[in-house]
Ligand binder design. Structure first.
Ligand SMILES: [Zn+2]
Length: 137
C-alpha cells in the first residue's frame, strides 16, 4: 500500500508528530487538527476498515486509544472527549486506512467541528504532543 498516506506515516516517509507508538499501533497529531490534543490512532499494519482488523490489531488500536485518551484528559482537562471512526468512501474521505480520532472538546469550541480543519503550526503540535507524552509516561 505504497500510496496509503497512513502507511507512509508509519514508515516514517511522512513526518508526523507522534504521541505514542507500540508494536501494532501509532498515535499522531498531524492530520485533521481540530483543537489542542486532537490525536489520530491507527493500526500500523495496513487495514482498510474495522472488518480488516484481526483481533490483535483491534485490541492494540483500542488499547492505545484508551491510554492516549486518558493522557489527553490529564494534559488538557477538556470538557469531554469524543471518539470518531471515519475513513473510506462512505465517510467522504480519501484515507483508506483504519484509524480513530480522539477529539477533546474545549468550552470555546462549542459542539461544532469545522471542516476542513485548521492546522496549528508545527511547534504548537510538538508542544501539545509533549504534554500528552509526559502524561503517558
Ligand atoms: Zn495504509
Amino acid at each position: 500500500m505504497a500510496e496509503c498516506v497512513f502507511c507512509k506515516i508509519v514508515a516514517g516517509q511522512i513526518p508526523a508528530t507522534v504521541v505514542h507508538e507500540d508494536a501494532q499501533a501509532m498515535a499522531f497529531m498531524d492530520i485533521g487538527q481540530v483543537n489542542p490534543g486532537h490525536v489520530l490512532v491507527a493500526a500500523k499494519a495496513h487495514a482498510e476498515n474495522i472488518y480488516a482488523l484481526d483481533d490483535d490489531q483491534a485490541a492494540a488500536v483500542f488499547r492505545a486509544a484508551a491510554r492516549v485518551a486518558r493522557a489527553i484528559r490529564a494534559a488538557f482537562s477538556p470538557e469531554g472527549l469524543s471518539v470518531y471512526q471515519a475513513n473510506g468512501r462512505s465517510a467522504g474521505q480519501t484515507v483508506f486506512h483504519f484509524h480513530l480520532h480522539l477529539v477533546p472538546r474545549h468550552p470555546e469550541d462549542g459542539m461544532s467541528l469545522a471542516w476542513p480543519v485548521k492546522n496549528p503550526p508545527r511547534e504548537k503540535l510538538e508542544e501539545y504532543a509533549a504534554r500528552i507524552r509526559r502524561k503517558l509516561a
